[in-house]
Design a protein around this ligand. Structure first.
Ligand code: IMP
Length: 192
């Protein structure tokens, strides 16, 4: 029987990415599936703290093994902003506003190096395990591509000439920060 794990997220894009990364191995339940409607506060100062706040909230309140992720974009020329504030950088929680603010703040910057990071916190048998994935790339001068979400149209992974938003989901899933963190989670769970 396929084991069940809660992924503490309401983000449809991420849930579908993670489901496709874990398919055949785990049945992934999301917060809706366990009737959790609480907006779990992300008040930490790091990706790891925020991921742990979410996963431990679910495990403590629903007595079920769970993992949660926290991700974001760190841009060298902007002192690693937007970082943990990636989802609300422009103050509106709107992907396009966030992306446009990054492009504006990057005008005239020669160092365009950036990275996406994901930290996953897994609550398993009373312990917290952390996994990190990251991918280096450059902030483009303008947005290209229609797929993906968030900052995908302005992020060009190192070694590629197209943005994350110009890649198929399959291609992005092979190299993304989230994929790398999830692969670590899978190898760990396979070894348990
Ligand atoms: P979260 O903590 O994983 O929900 O990510 C926070 C924010 O980081 C998202 O709302 C996006 O703005 C950005 N982000 C995280 N992962 C990605 C990605 O794979 N592509 C584009 N933007 C991302």
């Amino acid at each position: 029987m396929i084991p069940k794990l809660v992924f503490a997220s309401n983000n449809e894009h991420k849930t579908s990415e993670i489901k496709s990364l874990l398919k055949d191995k785990y049945e992934i339940l999301n917060l809706k599936d366990i009737n959790c409607t609480t907006d779990i506060p992300e008040t930490g100062n790091t990706f790891a703290e925020n991921a742990t706040l979410k996963s431990s909230f679910v495990t403590q309140n629903y007595q079920i093994d769970c993992f949660a992720d926290d991700s974001g974009l760190e841009i060298e020329a902007l002192n690693l902003a937007p970082g943990i504030y990636s989802a609300r950088y422009a103050g509106t929680r709107n992907d396009l506003d966030n992306l446009n603010l990054v492009l504006k703040n990057m005008q005239g910057k020669t160092n365009r190096q950036a990275r996406f990071k994901t930290v996953i916190s897994l609550q398993l048998n009373g312990k917290n395990y952390l996994f990190e994935g990251k991918i280096e790339g450059k902030i483009a001068e303008k947005a290209t591509g229609k797929d993906g979400f968030g900052y995908d149209p302005i992020f060009i992974p190192d070694g590629y000439s197209i943005s994350f938003a110009e890649m198929s989901k399959t291609q992005k899933n092979k190299i993304s920060h989230r994929a790398l963190a999830v692969q670590q989670l899978i190898s760990f769970l396979n070894g348990v």
